[in-house]
Design a binder for this molecule. Sequence first.
Ligand SMILES: Nc1ncnc2c1ncn2[C@@H]1O[C@H](COP(=O)(O)OP(=O)(O)OP(=O)(O)O)[C@@H](O)[C@H]1O
Length: 804
Amino acid sequence: HSPVVRVRAESAVEGNGDLPKVEEKVGGAIPDALSTDAEVVKRESESIKAFRTKAEKFAFQAEVSRLMDIIINSLYSNKDIFLRELISNASDALDKIRFLALTDKEVLGEGDDTKLEIQIKLDKAKKILAIRDRGIGMTKEDLIKNLGTIAKSGTSAFLEQMQKGGDLNLIGQFGVGFYSVYLVADYVEVISKHNDDIQYIWESKADGAFAVSEDTENEPLGRGTEIRLHLKEEAGDYLQEDKLKDLVQRYSGFINFPIYLWSSKEVDVEVEADPEEVPEDEEEKTATEDEESEEDAESKPKTKNVKETTWDWQLLNDVKAIWLRSPKEISDEEYANFFHSIAKDLTGDKPLGWTHFNAEGDVEFKAVLFIPPKASHDLYENYYSNKSFLKLYVRRVFISDEFDELLPKYLAFLKGIVDSDTLPLNVSREMLQQHSSLATIKKKLIRKALDMIRRIAEDDPAESDDKEGDSEGEDENRGKYAKFWNEFGKSIKLGIIEDASNRARLAKLLRFHSTKSGDKLASLDQYIERMKPNQKDIYYITGANKEQLEKSPFLEQLKKKGYEVIYFTDPVDEYLMQYLMDYEDKKFQNVSKEGLKLGKDSKLKELKESFKDLTKWWKELLSSENVDSVKISNRLADTPGVVVTSKYGWSANMERIMQSQTLSDTSKQAYMRGKRVLEINPRHPIIKELRERVALDSEDSVAQQTAKLIYQTALIESGFLLEDPKEFASRVYSVMKTTLNVSPDAVVEEEEEVDEAEDTPVEDGKKGKASPSSDEEPSVEDSILEKSVNEEVEEEEEHYNDEL
Ligand SMILES: Nc1ncnc2c1ncn2[C@@H]1O[C@H](COP(=O)(O)OP(=O)(O)OP(=O)(O)O)[C@@H](O)[C@H]1O
């Protein structure tokens, strides 16, 4: 239901490029929640009448409109967040002007305009809360674009999250924080003055439209923005000074500009007393005083103390940046609050860890880095295009939070600040980006970040059994590393791939499940501790999930002999293992690949010899199948065969991953596909029987059929996708026929009622449509159909094929 409504504006409209005006089309911007067209028109026209008469009206971009609708109708109880968002926007605007002033002092203007501050004022009578900053301000075009017509990429992501029951507290992270004003206000005015333009008013009642007009009624701002919230009835709390003081102190304590509140104070003042009001005892006193003092008393006017309310700007925050203070003096709560303020994470969840340090030497800087409690919604979706979250300051002046040069991509999940004393202040951002100190800063930041992550692992009692029941405070740390791993484990893996110089450090942080890890995660150090005395390599296997891998035939002997095997189930693991060759001098061995050595099998040589003819015969039989060789296996216990790949080719899992990538290059696929080796289990009765049969008659068709079937079954069990499932199915049906004692030549009974015109010609009682393997033997499809007259079987077969 998306009503298209045309609304006539009442005032003349000045030309304004191609921005969507209300007159042109409001339809797309009408909130879905409105039920009837009539209602929409009514609300629209009311709001348009309410706009200033000379104002230009605009429709909100459709997604922005939906977002506002969600916000204004929200029953969300924590409405405080709007204040933090507004203060954060004000602080950003101040940062921007301060940055410009580095190269051009003029931009700051003079007098009060040079004061980089934020002011909050309340008008109890009119129920208005106003927040003003002397930041960069917005031009008319900025107002139109920033506050309504251009949807940010985060808008749809935020709507999506909200639909899934997401947390409104994270609104700031999606870059749409401004609209949170409609949690508490039903009418908002934004008055703004930018150096390049005159003063404008933006206004909206969040009902699909907004208006912008030249400001001819308010006092000139000089420069900056004032946001006036006309509070909803139920938001009256925000008119109490104490409430605002408390909120600012609690949540915006880390804003690096002074925040003032226009506050009232009761003071005692001395006022001239009315002679008639002089109290009796004073009169008596006066009467009894000696005459000399009488003259004095007459010349001095009588005074009294009364209470009076005075108004003044009261400073609410401590402007000293937290990173300049000594870490010893800063409480955990303060760090957590600082994190919430810079990460725009208002959920209140504590960061998983932080590090605060002072780097000295050639390059001096201070930094605070945090590990957020959760990965951001698009951390891995947009891994290569995501910006870093570090705020760079140079001598306390905010420079940018888009400096990708400070942290590698894989650590982009960290949030924090870096304040450098070494970088120059008065150069352009581009020049700064190339400054040689950045490389040193980056190196130190990585080192410190990895140390912080390692410490979380070490302090987590759940990580190691020995530490259980040890120290105090362990509960808080218990399971912290698993949590970290859950959220950011992929980043560590990407780090191993991308950062050769820190590979060993990162490998230490790696966690995984294995044949011996149970429900817990294990580390490579734990793996090495558990290695068997004769074990040289670290064993692992890759696949889609742990449950599947647990049953893999590749693990049969390894498990039996007590070797631990790591399960790698993330697609990124395949790439990871191309880079992680060894750990502490131990090589990694994929147990589904060639070259697995499992101690000495005294009988192996003998077995190889006695199966020589069979393996040779088998290899020839599979000559058309890309099978490099057929060998006696040392990894199997209960399964007749598996297919292993060559050491440097793709594993079965990698083939599966590549095939599922829509843009993958098929020619490369053929080239990268590992050579396949069929390994057979010489102790398995089927294999033993095959050897006997082939020894007697190398042309034995049952042996040939079985040998091919074993190969295909082994492919499936080894995790490969069959290139020709139909052929495999035919073979299975053929075996079924034998099991059921059905003649291999038996034909499918013809259907009785067929439309002659549409039916294909039938020869020799068979259907004309031949299966791919019909040259070699009767089609299984045909045989099955012949055997079962009814259609149920047909269905079953389809089902069977589907499953295959
Ligand atoms: N006080 C202000 N002074 C100048 N520009 C502002 C001010 N408030 C908002 N803006 C502009 O409006 C834009 C939209 O603000 P909004 O809060 O929705 O998103 P954001 O600030 O980019 O992201 P976030 O919500 O994460 O702070 C800002 O990017 C900024 O350009």
